[in-house]
Design a protein around this ligand. Structure first.
Ligand code: COA
Length: 329
């Protein structure tokens, strides 16, 4: 018997209400709306209040997923969360989400792959479903990056925002729809292009850390940019080749929303018209692991993705990590 495909059967997202505009950032650091818009494509991003925890936002996003999938929360047997900014370091974000959601029958754990977290989590979910270990897996990308962003560093603080996106996967015996191929890759030797120096066991929290700001995220922007374009395009070519398909077969490209110029350059390098690339970075900035599932939900609800659409999702982030997933919706 052939392996089942793994299909995505629902989507959901939640973003905080508070908007941080480029004009707001002009009052915080030496920057301008013009520079931010031209160099990144971002106009505004959402910032969570103290009450808007990832568990809280994740619950709202997952409830939308379950409603759109027509699946009861008690039938969820696994929750996987991709995040780099969990509510707390122990237990995992997925445990807190499981409790808030009331998904009593689910095992829950996080995947740490920074901005690639959602696609890594999706690949793990696919494996659990195909091997028969799980039936309904909630796959979540959730970030409250505002809590690990240095609002004195103009090169990073203009980029990031908060939000959650999610989907549900299950097996499908008919092989006409579902995940066609996926590809994950890492280069740990490039970790220090995008990382948080302090706060872990090597440099545990200290007063010094508050002064040198090493608790916050740091990024070598231009160098990361170059890797992003090349590696995302490579990942797309790889998943297309694995599925025996070409760039022309893709209906919708959902790239990680890191920078509009990266999205445009990546689409060009893959050989996909830029109009096929979904963009919402103008409204949400870079929400790391949440960016792809948030975009996916927007595409589905807007009718840009419909039954039979070929969807190519591609991510890149700290690690460095990158990957792509090709889906027939
Ligand atoms: N406002 C105004 N000027 C700024 C600025 C800001 N917010 N941030 C940086 N600058 C300045 C720099 O100081 C530099 O000035 P200089 O030429 O006098 O030295 C100039 O703008 C150009 O800086 P640079 O860092 O080369 O800009 P850039 O065009 O590469 O854009 C990023 C910076 C961060 C937007 C861009 O590099 C980027 O998006 N990088 C990759 C992000 C990514 O992929 N992340 C991985 C996934 S999360």
């Amino acid at each position: 018997m052939k392996q089942p495909r793994v299909e995505l059967i629902g989507t959901g997202r939640h973003v905080p209400e508070h908007i941080l505009t480029n004009a707001d950032l002009e009052t915080m650091v030496d920057t301008s709306d013009k520079w931010i818009l031209e160099r990144t494509g971002i106009r505004e991003r959402r910032i969570a209040t103290a009450d808007e925890t990832l568990a809280f936002m994740g619950k709202l996003a997952c409830e939308q997923v379950l409603e759109s999938a027509g699946v009861d929360v008690m039938d969820v047997d696994t929750i996987i969360v991709g995040t780099a900014s969990p509510d707390r370091l122990l237990p995992s974000q997925a445990c807190d989400l499981q409790a808030t959601l009331g998904a009593e029958n689910a095992a829950a754990f996080d995947v740490g792959a920074a901005c690639s977290g959602f696609l890594y989590a999706l690949a793990v979910a696919e494996g659990l479903v195909v091997s028969g270990q799980a039936r309904h897996v909630l796959v979540v990308g959730a970030e409250r990056l505002s809590k690990i962003t240095d609002y004195q560093d103009r090169s990073t603080c203009i980029l990031f925002g908060d939000g959650v996106g999610a989907t549900l996967v299950r097996a499908r015996q008919e092989r006409d729809r579902g995940i066609l191929s996926s590809y994950l890759k890492t280069d740990g030797t490039l970790a220090e292009l995008l990382y948080r120096p302090g706060g872990g066991a090597v440099h545990p929290p200290s007063l010094e850390m508050l002064n040198d700001r090493s608790y916050y995220l740091r990024m070598a922007g231009p160098e990361t940019f170059k890797h992003a374009v090349v590696k995302m395009a490579d990942a797309c070519h790889e998943v297309l080749a694995r599925a025996g398909m070409s760039p022309d077969d893709v209906d919708v490209l959902i790239p990680h929303q890191a920078n509009l110029r990266i999205i445009e350059a990546t689409a060009k390098r893959i050989g996909i018209p830029v109009e096929k690339a979904f963009v919402n970075i103008d409204r949400y900035g870079n929400t790391s692991a949440a960016s792809i599932p948030m975009a996916l939900d927007e595409c589905v609800r807007e009718g840009r993705i419909t039954e039979g659409s070929t969807v190519l999702m591609v991510a890149f982030g700290g690690g460095l990590t990158w990957g792509a997933t090709l889906v027939r919706w």
